[in-house]
Write a new protein. Structure first.
Length: 258
């Protein structure tokens, strides 16, 4: 059996890593397709150590995203048409789902981003199965639900143990810092985001004697946060990761923080 896996975002490497090792141990061949984004291909090479095919590139504007998607649809379809494989999987992978549908092959897509409705609707009527956590309000004949979060695929205690010595690199102490993550509105699901909306919280956090670790997807926001060393995030995925690790968290949707 041959399984095609599409990876176009950094967390997807973590999400599929343990599954790839598991099915490879059962003699199942894995075909990896990557859409380059920043240093994603380097991470795929380091973490997975497997050959891969590369198509398209991450784009910032809506028009470029649409053109890139169209190009990927054509190129990935042609690749799959001329190669032997049995099932396709990814995280809301539109191009892989459509190709599998046309070629009459099964596809299993994962997801959990309730804010990204466009990607869901682009695969809803074409995927064989869409696997979602119970908290996602989606229904359909091809919807499979489970109790949990997809991040457990790599943050479950079976696979992950936190290393507190990592904190020393940033001169942080355990339980004495706030991690702030600001996503970029270049993503379609965060198009209406007010970037930098979390900056006003930082002085208050510092008054509490807490350090801040800042993670910015849009590096141009550095001047807004001005010399603050911290981490907090308005994106959903980091909130989920903290939840799984039993860390206190505040999720801000970024659209109205007044």
């Amino acid at each position: 059996m041959k399984v095609v896996i599409f990876i176009d975002h950094y967390p997807h490497v973590n999400f599929f890593k343990n599954a790839i090792q598991d099915i490879a141990g059962r003699g199942i061949e894995v075909i990896i397709i990557v859409q380059p984004r920043g240093n994603l291909t380097s991470i795929v090479e380091y973490e997975l150590g497997l050959p891969y095919m590369s198509f398209g590139h991450y784009q910032q504007t809506l028009i470029k995203k649409a053109l890139n998607l169209l190009g990927n649809e054509i190129n990935i379809f042609n690749y799959l048409l001329n190669n032997n494989w049995d099932v396709a999987t990814g995280v809301s992978s539109t191009e892989l789902t459509h190709s599998a549908f046309i070629l009459r092959k099964p596809s299993v897509m994962f997801g959990d981003d309730t804010e990204y409705r466009l990607a869901y609707y682009l695969i809803k009527y074409f995927a064989s199965n869409i696997v979602l956590p119970n908290c996602v309000p989606a229904k359909g004949r091809n919807i499979l639900k489970y109790k949990g979060f997809k991040e457990l695929a790599y943050l479950h205690p079976k696979y992950f143990t936190p290393k507190e010595d990592v904190l020393r690199e940033y001169r942080l102490k355990a339980n004495n810092y706030v991690f702030i993550r600001e996503v970029s509105k270049s993503s379609v699901n965060y198009k209406g985001l007010k970037e930098g909306s979390l900056a006003y919280l930082c002085p208050e956090i510092k008054k509490m004697g807490l350090d801040i670790v800042l993670s910015l997807e849009n590096k141009r926001l550095k001047n807004i946060f001005d010399k603050i060393n911290y981490a907090l995030f308005s994106g959903r995925s980091a909130h989920i990761k903290n939840y799984i690790q039993n860390k206190f968290k505040i999720y801000v949707n970024g659209y109205n923080t007044s």
